[in-house]
Design a protein around this ligand. Structure first.
Ligand code: URA
Length: 447
């Protein structure tokens, strides 16, 4: 039976249609209304068309911080909520809102695990033009992303790190709602994105959450204003639900690092774990790791957190942790020791500059979309992925480039794909005769 609390604004059994009408008219929903809607939608009592209508009303009318928090907790409580305290103490988690070339998890998680933090992370697959950690890890032959809960907990207590897919038992309401939003034009709603992300983090047992909120043409939040609003809302949800949340606002107007595409990103992550890799990506990882170490209380301030992380890159302990992780999850460690064994595309070609000048823009979203067309991402949920394809970009915004200098390298499965990628990516590179300021890595922090 549906709950009929005394304080319900409508003094009769709760009905989906009344809740939709109240939100359509811009009213604030009560916790009882939100709990009822989410429970009844998860159980199948409320159909998709009514849930779509509510999502559209939320997209158009917004939500207060309290409503977004109630929605987050209702979705988190729609399934199992993990308590990791007996295994790893207060759990710390990180989450990126998604971007192009964002292989941060592959470096940051082993890095902080090497510094003594217990890492029990559930990651996702690619979403639209943005890549996903699970797809990247599956470039490593044998790597298992579908661990049982027992294997997940056992591994983190044995070796201090586990990186797998999200259990279907966690936040099932979000799984259902996300699929619905994807096909009803209701993804880009700040309260819906915030509650979707935060419900999964809370269900996965996180007490302290470091968020990497990306902004730019290769991110879901294209403007800094929207990214800041999303960050502020997630920090507010954290405060109202008793979690500590720190949100970094980071740039996604060009790919992060050089490599975009699954196996290519694993290769770049391995290079970075060997204390190499592109400077922007390394600095981004050290900043995120520094925040995780500081937020978890491993260090007393951010600067010591970054120093500790830097040491773990320099002394090889971060790489060793990654190797251990791959081995524990059934991956072929020969590929980690010799990354030339990673899947390789049959057609590889570097495109050189046809002019000299300054790089004014590299359209990250175009690169992400091109990788999907190359076969490195999914157009439909059921599509399989070619891990070998992708793009390595050799330039950054602000660089001075001379004619003939390499711009980017395409890894494709045939010549037709190569020429498609060459044209699309070239059209996304913008030039200037005048010097151009490099892009910042971060725009700020919301705590
Ligand atoms: N990532 C999520 O998990 N949910 C959203 O709604 C958007 C990005």
């Amino acid at each position: 039976m549906s709950p009929t609390p005394e304080d319900s604004p409508v003094h009769r059994p709760l009905r989906a249609v009344d809740i939709i009408i109240r939100k359509r008219d811009g009213l604030e929903l009560s916790k009882a209304e939100i709990d009822y809607f989410i429970q009844a939608y998860t159980s199948g009592e409320i159909p998709d068309y009514q849930a779509s209508a509510l999502c559209m009303a939320i997209l158009l009318k917004g939500m207060t911080d309290q409503e977004a928090t109630d929605l987050t907790l209702a979705m988190a409580n729609s399934g199992e909520v993990l308590d990791l305290t007996p295994v790893i103490g207060k759990a710390v988690d990180k989450h990126s809102t998604g971007g192009v070339g964002d292989k941060t998890t592959l470096v940051v998680e082993p890095l902080v695990a090497a510094c003594g933090l217990k890492v029990a992370k559930m990651s996702g697959r690619g979403l639209g033009f943005s890549g996903g950690t699970l797809d990247k890890l599956e470039s490593i032959p044998g790597y298992r992303v579908n661990l049982t809960m027992h294997e997940f907990l056992d591994q983190v207590s044995r070796i201090g790190i586990v990186l797998s897919g999200q259990s279907a038992d966690l936040a099932p309401a979000d799984g259902k709602l996300y699929a619905l939003r994807d096909v009803t034009g209701t993804v880009p709603s700040i309260p819906l994105i915030a509650s979707s992300i935060m419900s999964k983090k809370i269900a996965a047992g996180a007490h302290t959450i470091v968020l990497d909120v990306k902004t730019g043409n290769g991110a879901f939040m294209e403007t800094i204003e929207d990214a800041r609003k999303l960050a502020e809302l997630m920090v507010a949800i954290g405060r109202l639900s008793g979690r500590k949340v720190i949100a970094l606002l980071s740039d996604m107007n060009q790919p992060l690092g050089c490599a975009a595409g699954n196996a290519l990103e694993v290769l770049e992550a391995i290079e970075t774990l060997h204390n190499g890799g592109p400077n922007d990506f390394r600095d981004h990882c050290l900043e995120a790791a520094g925040y995780l170490l500081y937020a978890s209380g491993k260090t007393g301030n951010l600067s010591d957190g970054k120093k500790m992380a830097e040491k773990a890159l320099e002394n090889g302990s971060a790489f060793e942790k990654f190797r251990l992780l791959v081995q524990a999850q059934g991956g072929d460690v020969r590929v980690i020791d010799d990354p030339s064994l990673l899947p390789k595309a049959p057609v590889i070609e570097t495109i050189n500059a046809e002019q000299s000048g300054y790089i004014a823009g590299i359209h990250a979203r175009t690169i992400g979309e091109t990788i999907i067309t190359l076969g490195g991402g999914r157009a439909k949920k059921s599509d399989s992925i070619d891990h070998s394809v992708g793009v390595v970009v050799h330039i950054k915004v602000g660089d001075r480039v001379e004619k003939g200098q390499p711009l980017f390298t395409v890894h494709a499965k045939n010549a037709a794909d190569l020429s498609m990628a060459r044209e699309r990516i070239s059209a996304g590179i913008h030039w200037s005769d005048q010097p151009v300021e490099p892009l910042p890595l971060f725009y700020g922090v919301v705590e």
